[in-house]
Design a protein around this ligand. Structure first.
Ligand code: NAP
Length: 246
């Protein structure tokens, strides 16, 4: 129970990586606030945690809406009195070659995947600065490090997260707050289930471990960075990819 007495906000917690991150943080003792747009799925995820003896609250929040994000942090402070951990996980893809990419697809991906990280981080910093403690973990991606044809918007957003992470880490390092990123490789979720069998084969052949990652593989890395033991680690991007990028 290394996260006992901690309160965590996880965005994009209705399914995929975020849902497992919420589950693992709760298993380690944290009270978890699950945020996302789909109420039914969020409630189900929160109920699963409570059934296993954990503390969890579902809050409907679209991370592209500033008022929703403010409300999310307000509800967390009202419910639990503090916010110790923020996991910026919500994300979408709108893939396409850049020549044919619409501004709408560019903006949607940058807003959901990058600007939301700024929005949520800004919203939790005041309480964290008051507490003189906090952990922010941003979910980037290996494609933010390598680039990927057909994902210029997504890769740019994820590379932006890496630089944002380092910048904020520098701003708050003296206040007991760490800011790190986790960069997953290919993880088995709804996001990657859209890949064709050929794309999947090609990707698998490039992964030294020969398998896609599980949501648990990512969640345990996040949980490590969210704990006290990781207190001297900041501004880092931890790659969780079965050896794909090294
Ligand atoms: N899967 C991979 O291989 C992989 C690899 C590298 C990085 N990642 C990153 O890991 C994170 C999670 O991905 P995943 O694979 O778990 O994807 P997923 O299964 O598609 O889940 C995405 C989550 O984000 C939420 N979300 C999307 N837009 C949102 C918005 N505007 N406001 C609030 N929540 C929103 C979704 O909930 P609602 O739809 O209910 O809002 C859902 O809970 C993303 O940042 C993704 O880029 C994934």
């Amino acid at each position: 129970m290394r996260l006992v007495n901690k309160t965590a906000i996880v965005t994009g917690a209705s399914r995929g990586i975020g849902r497992t991150v919420a589950k693992v943080l709760a298993e380690q003792g944290a009270s978890v606030v699950l945020a996302g747009r789909t109420r039914a799925a969020l409630e189900e995820a929160a109920e699963e945690i409570r059934t296993r003896g954990g503390q969890a609250t579902a809050v409907v929040c679209d991370v592209t809406v500033e008022g929703d994000v403010e409300q999310l942090v307000k509800a967390t402070l009202e419910g639990y009195g503090r916010v110790d951990i923020l996991v910026n996980n919500a994300g979408i893809t709108r893939d396409g070659l850049v020549m044919r990419m619409s501004e709408e697809d560019w903006d949607a991906v940058l807003d959901t995947n990058l600007k939301s990280v700024y929005r949520c981080t800004r919203a939790v910093l005041r309480p964290m600065l008051k507490q003189r403690a906090g952990r922010i973990v941003n979910i980037a991606s290996v494609v933010g490090l390598t680039g990927n044809a057909g994902q210029a918007n997504y890769a740019a957003a994820k590379a932006g997260i890496v630089a944002f992470t380092k910048s904020v880490a520098r701003e708050v390092a003296s206040r007991g707050i760490t800011v790190n990123a986790v960069a997953p490789g290919y993880i088995d979720t709804d996001m990657t289930r859209a890949l064709s069998p050929e794309q999947r084969e090609r990707i698998l052949s490039g992964i030294p471990m020969g398998r896609m990652g599980s949501t648990e593989d990512v969640a345990y890395a996040v949980a490590f960075l969210a704990g006290e033991e990781a207190g001297y680690i900041t501004g880092q991007t931890l790659v969780v990819d079965g050896g794909l990028v090294m």
